[in-house]
Design a protein around this ligand. Structure first.
Ligand SMILES: N[C@@H](CCC(=O)N[C@@H](CS)C(=O)NCC(=O)O)C(=O)O
Length: 198
């Protein structure tokens, strides 16, 4: 498998999940402005959507969208997502929440055209979403259940953006959770591989 990624982008979630999964994979860095890969290929020929992540499977199929790629990795690895029981749906629920309620609300911070008002409004919404997650996390180590899931991998990237790109102050338990994940082997490895280790 080949993961198309950009350093520190949402594709970092898939990168972490792949390392954690133990499945064999390689990575290809994408220049999102030029829409080219590190070897100069036209990225739109690989993923016509032009954004990362994309996962090329060994049979040549290209899978896109974080939720689908993360679920695919979990399915193949038979870890990072409970296969049965209600916890499976809780992981999907939380991953969808991260995608549609967190990820999308970062857009104004990354768009050169957005106004201060749009950024303030998005920051306000993110603050409310993080407060809900703080409550959901409670004193547990992971956002769903007692083990690491794909929802943690995706949420980690959103918390990293909140802290490093937007300068939001995270609620305390969420912040502790973020800092702990950051030090754990697969997360530290992915950050280092993407040139983001500090
Ligand atoms: N719906 C997509 C969104 C992916 C996305 O927003 N990718 C960003 C990086 S975090 C990107 O590649 N942006 C560059 C662009 O859209 O040109 C998913 O969930 O996978």
């Amino acid at each position: 498998m080949k993961l198309y990624y950009s350093p520190g982008a949402c594709s970092l979630a898939d990168h972490i999940a792949l390392i954690e999964s133990g499945l064999p994979f390689t990575t290809v860095k994408v220049d999102l402005k030029a829409k080219t890969t590190a070897s100069g290929e036209d990225y739109r020929q690989i993923n016509p959507k032009g954004y990362v992540p994309a996962l090329r499977l060994d049979d040549g199929e290209v899978l896109t969208e974080n939720i689908a790629i993360l679920s695919f990795i979990a399915d193949k690895a038979e870890k990072l997502e409970p296969s049965g029981g209600f916890a499976h749906w809780r992981v999907l629920e939380t991953t969808a929440f991260v995608s549609t309620e967190l990820h999308k609300n970062f857009k104004p911070f990354f768009s050169p055209d957005s106004t201060d008002e749009a950024k303030a409004q998005a920051g306000n919404i993110l603050g409310k979403r993080f407060a809900l997650l703080e409550e959901r996390l409670g004193d547990r180590s992971f956002i769903v259940g007692d083990t690491l899931t794909i929802a943690d991998c995706y949420l980690f990237v959103m918390l990293m953006w909140a802290k490093t790109k937007v300068g939001l102050t995270l609620p305390s338990r969420l912040d502790t959770y973020f800092e702990r994940l950051k030090q754990s082997p697969s997360f530290a490895q992915a950050l280092s591989d993407e040139g983001l280790a500090n």
